[in-house]
Design a protein around this ligand. Sequence first.
Ligand code: ZN
Length: 179
Amino acid sequence: MSSVFVSFNTKLAQNVLNESYNFAERAEIPAFGKPAITAVCMTKIEHIGIAVRSLEDAVPRYEKLLNTPCYKTETVENEKVNTAFFQTGPNKIELLESADPEGVIARFIDKKGEGLHHIAFEVADIYSEMERLKKEGFVLLNPEPKNGADNKLICFLHPKHCNGVLIELCMSKEVTVED
Ligand code: ZN
């Protein structure tokens, strides 16, 4: 299965690369020196993650705020986190509640309180982006992509190299290939 994902996303990445080369050519984007702008590797903000103490409390509040129902809840076992998703226009909000008192979200809230936890960028090819960012000196919090919520492969970057913001890279696994 994983080789299917890889080949699909390599193709997708190539399309994005081709598109962005064309775009750069058309728009005559000046090079800003190192690193050269050669491709749009992060295609959009995929979602914004917000740490909450209790989904039971936060979900109805965000349903009121956004005037839309939560469309999905999911527990990510390896992250010890319960998530709830909202779609508002083209944008997605992920609420995160710790599923374990020792989990990363619990520790985050103990230290900083509830609030903005991370910004997730969609990438066409998470493997090449992780490689690129590592070369640029960013610190990857997981050396291999791991399973995230909402059918994604994800990787976090250490916030100390991103001006205090925890950055998530995510790549969709949504490929359905009939055997
Ligand atoms: Zn996220």
